[in-house]
Write a protein that binds this ligand. Structure first.
Ligand code: MD3
Ligand code: FE
Length: 214
């Protein structure tokens, strides 16, 4: 019997709110395979800065894989089967992505999660993501699974009203968050990324969010 005062074995669970749980380092052992798959996605559908309906260029660079991809332009936010930059379907969801998302969702109590969309976000030093809700998916009863890779970020989330008080949660390389139930429509954002270095990703952070959009 070991007395483990200073070590916790990955992954460990941190409840954030009803319906939301961080699975710390859940993706750590799969990081190289995930990043190789990200590279293949980005070769087929490069990162780009979308424009909001209000005409602002988003700081976060984005791309997608899977049957549906999230897009924004002057006409609004929506999911689309095609990359507007190339006119082609989004690259397919890599098998490693699907497996990780389903495993994490099951760990959080959402068995049978089968995402049809993966939004890939890239943050560079100073990049922030302002407070928003994710409500463009058809069924808000389905959870969202998020995977953080690279430089750590400070994530913030509140309640279902923009003015609800915010909690801050650091998200590091390999951390996975599952948002379902009453947490699914909570407001959330990311504070400006610090200028730091990660051994696999340099000064950048990549976040994958898995959704059942259609
Ligand atoms: C809480 N991405 O892509 S991941 C997004 O780090 C997005 O890139 C952030 O917000 C990022 O929409 C945060 C954590 C996250 C993702 C989806 C959520 C938290 C969520 C949906 C509902 C509630
Ligand atoms: Fe979001």
């Amino acid at each position: 019997m070991t007395l483990e005062l200073f070590e916790t074995e990955a992954p460990w669970r941190e409840p954030l709110a009803p319906g939301a749980v961080v699975l710390r380092r859940f993706a750590s052992g799969r990081d190289a395979a995930l990043l190789a798959a990200v590279q293949a996605v980005v070769e087929a559908a490069p990162f780009r800065h979308l424009v909001t309906p209000g005409g602002f260029r988003m700081q976060v660079a984005m791309t997608n894989c899977g049957a549906l991809g999230w897009v924004s332009d002057r006409r609004g936010y929506r999911y689309d089967a095609h990359d507007p930059d190339s006119g082609r379907p989004w690259p397919p969801m890599p098998a490693e992505f699907e497996k990780l998302a389903a495993d994490a969702a099951a760990e959080a109590g959402f068995g049978g999660f089968a995402p049809d969309a993966c939004l890939v976000n890239r943050y560079l030093p100073g990049t922030r993501l302002s407070l928003h809700q994710d409500r463009d998916e058809r069924d808000h009863g389905q959870p969202i699974v998020s995977v953080s890779l690279g430089v750590p970020a400070m994530f913030q989330f509140g309640g279902t009203r923009r003015t609800d008080r915010l909690q801050r949660v650091p998200l590091a390389h390999g951390d996975v968050v599952v948002w379902g139930g009453p947490a699914r429509l909570s407001f959330h954002g990311v504070l400006p990324l610090k200028d730091a270095q990660h051994p696999l990703l340099g000064a950048s952070r990549i976040n994958l969010t898995f959704r059942k959009a259609g």
